[in-house]
Design a protein around this ligand. Structure first.
Ligand SMILES: Cc1cc2nc3c(=O)[nH]c(=O)nc-3n(C[C@H](O)[C@H](O)[C@H](O)COP(=O)(O)O)c2cc1C
Length: 156
């Protein structure tokens, strides 16, 4: 199926609950409303991040530059249950302004989201987040998943 739908942009979603933090790589995501501004992510029920988002009811969406492929792969192949992904990747933690959650400083842009709806869809759960604040820090090429750990980018 991925060979039909992809490429999809690989983004990093950061979460925190009870001082436990994680960063998860997500390719299944979409904007889903202008007013209010909503953004949805699909998270596997077995992911460590799933429990953090379910309990904290918030998450930050970090749109990463193409050159951080190694860090994006790390966050998509290791669980926050066993490792501190901020420490292991060297990504810089910033505090969100509207939610109790970390953000990633190296992101080209970000959303700070409050969960307003949870939809169970098979083995994944869609968290619909209201975007409380967003910022584009700078323009740049992004990373798109072709299949597995094969990626591509855009011309500009
Ligand atoms: C390119 C890529 C895209 C991914 N997209 C998703 C996704 O959309 N939803 C999801 O639940 N997991 C996705 N994953 C898998 C998680 O990122 C991975 O299982 C991660 O280790 C979970 O971390 P956690 O246990 O700390 O939450 C993706 C992995 C990669 C490498």
């Amino acid at each position: 199926m991925a060979s039909i739908t992809n490429p999809n942009q690989a983004i990093l979603v950061a979460t925190r609950h009870n001082k436990k933090e994680s960063i998860i790589t997500i390719c299944w995501h979409m904007r889903t409303s202008f007013r209010p501004e909503l953004f949805a992510i699909s998270v596997g029920k077995k992911r460590f991040s799933y429990g953090l988002i379910k309990n904290s009811k918030c998450f930050s969406v970090n749109f990463m530059p193409f050159n951080l492929e190694k860090e994006i792969i790390y966050c998509g192949t290791h669980s926050g249950k066993n490792v501190d992904k901020f420490k292991e990747t060297g990504l810089t933690k910033e505090e969100c302004s509207k939610i109790d959650c970390p953000r990633i400083k190296e992101a080209l842009g970000y959303f700070e989201c409050k969960v307003v709806k949870k939809i169970i869809t098979g083995d994944h759960v869609i968290f619909v987040g209201e975007v409380l604040t967003s910022k584009l820090n700078k323009k740049g090429k992004r990373l798109f998943q072709v299949e597995g750990l094969k990626f591509t980018t855009t011309l500009n």
